[in-house]
Design a binder for this molecule. Structure first.
Ligand code: TRP
Length: 423
């Protein structure tokens, strides 16, 4: 459940619908699902296992694992890149979480109630062109993250979040009901699930893969840290399958809420990062007690974002702590760096986009590739089987072969394809 808290976040509710919209829908969604199953799940099992074996922050965990497997210490690079990558993600993640806080505020005020769909949608543009306002919310969100991480209560927060996430799920179902009744459900559904491969560019495939990693919090040590909390006798494959399943369902529901509204309101599916904030307030504005629903919904989204943001910075803090720096000092230092990065992404959309692209589409898949190679080739069959002994041999062998061959080759082919080396 705690890993679900880290996995479910803005990636599902904000990012998935908007990148699906920008990349033409159906074929992109299919690629994303394929990447979850063929790359995401096996690599996630591997990453959780590396954490559980070592019970350390990602850098020290990889030092330990490589020593144990008789491999080079250089594999700690996976952990180091992960620490940097988590910070880079947080630099724009916190800005988007700030948008969500702004919509908590607007919902409480009823700002978008009783307005036309076009007017409501235009509200996001007003926020987008107001950097001071975004700065305020970004700072507040990062401060909340830093307080929780600084106090070292991340695991305590995990349980609180686990109790709120079912509520978020219920609200998503309510919104889905609204969308089915009031949106153009048929068009929305077809957009998401009718695969037209002519729309699938090399870059779209890369983005689909990158998002599979992003949404599962994979490739940078987050699930390694969570794995390090896992009891020795619990089943890694079972936990991973549950997280991947829930995470994917939530993303698909978010898409099924948003696109019917997009088509019914004459908006553009490819309108970009504002999509969530342009469409959902339209639903709330037409709903009975919409301002209350909207307030609760955006609070829950903000909390989902908080449980993810914690997991983005925690690997770095845990590593600094291990090197002898106090938790408080580490939090202030890393928090300040993330805050500055967030300021840069507020004032420059190029910074925002580059941080997003470099982390999700390059660093996370690269981290995942290295994890697959390390576990599949360096640790070897026997060591891995010992850690994952609770599934039948046949299933394990399928998993191990996927990890050894399909996952690394898949990542490499998609990298090469997007760079134009292969058609
Ligand atoms: N998966 C989270 C989301 O979908 C974001 C996230 C948290 C993340 N920790 C991560 C992404 C680690 C990549 C790596 O919102």
């Amino acid at each position: 459940m705690a890993t679900t808290g880290a996995a479910v976040g803005l990636g599902n509710i904000w990012k998935f619908p908007y990148i699906a919209g920008e990349n033409g829908g159906g074929a992109f969604v299919l690629m994303y699902l394929l990447c979850i199953v063929l790359l995401g799940i096996p690599i996630m099992i591997a990453e959780v296992m590396l954490g559980r074996r070592a019970r350390e922050n990602p850098i020290h965990a990889m030092l330990k694992n490589s020593r144990d497997a008789g491999a080079s210490k250089a594999w700690a690079f996976i952990g180091a890149m992960g620490v940097a990558c988590g910070m880079m993600i947080l630099m724009y993640y916190s800005v988007v979480a700030g948008w969500s806080l702004e919509y908590v505020w607007q919902s409480m005020q009823g700002s978008y109630m009783d307005k036309s769909a076009t007017e409501v949608a235009a509200g996001f543009g007003v926020l987008a062109s107001n950097p001071e306002r975004q700065l305020l919310w970004h700072s507040l969100f990062l401060l909340l993250t830093a307080i929780i991480v600084g106090l070292g209560v991340t695991r305590g927060i995990g349980t609180a979040v686990d109790n709120l996430m079912p509520l978020l799920f219920v609200l998503l179902l309510v919104l889905l009901g609204y969308s089915i009744r009031n949106g153009n459900f048929e068009l929305g559904f077809n957009f998401l699930f009718n695969a037209d491969f002519s729309k699938l560019t090399g870059d779209a495939i890369l983005i689909a893969m990158g998002h599979a990693f992003f949404t599962l919090s994979l490739g940078m040590g987050t699930v390694m840290v969570y794995g390090s909390y896992m009891p020795k006798n619990s089943s890694i494959p079972r936990a991973v399958l549950a997280v991947a399943f829930l995470d994917t369902i939530i993303a698909l529901i978010a898409g099924l809420i948003i696109f019917p509204l997009v088509f019914a309101s004459g908006l553009e599916p490819g309108s970009g990062p504002g999509l969530l904030f342009e469409t959902l307030p339209i639903a709330f504005s037409g709903m009975w007690n919409g301002s209350i629903f909207g307030t609760v919904f955006f609070i829950l989204v903000s909390i989902a974002a908080l449980s993810s943001s914690i997991s983005l910075i925690e690997p770095g803090i845990a590593w600094l702590e291990k090197t002898g720096i106090s938790r408080l000092f580490a939090t202030c230092g890393l928090g300040l760096i993330c805050w500055l990065g967030g300021v840069a992404s507020i004032y420059s959309s190029a910074v925002f986009d580059t941080l997003d692209y470099a982390t999700a589409n390059v660093m996370l898949p690269l981290g995942g590739l290295l994890i697959a190679i390390f576990v599949g080739w360096k640790m070897g069959y026997t060591r891995v089987r010992k850690e994952i002994s609770d599934i039948p041999a046949l299933l394990f062998n399928i998993m191990f072969i996927t990890l050894r061959f399909i996952a690394p080759i898949g990542v490499i082919i998609i990298f090469a394809h997007s760079l134009g080396f292969i058609a």
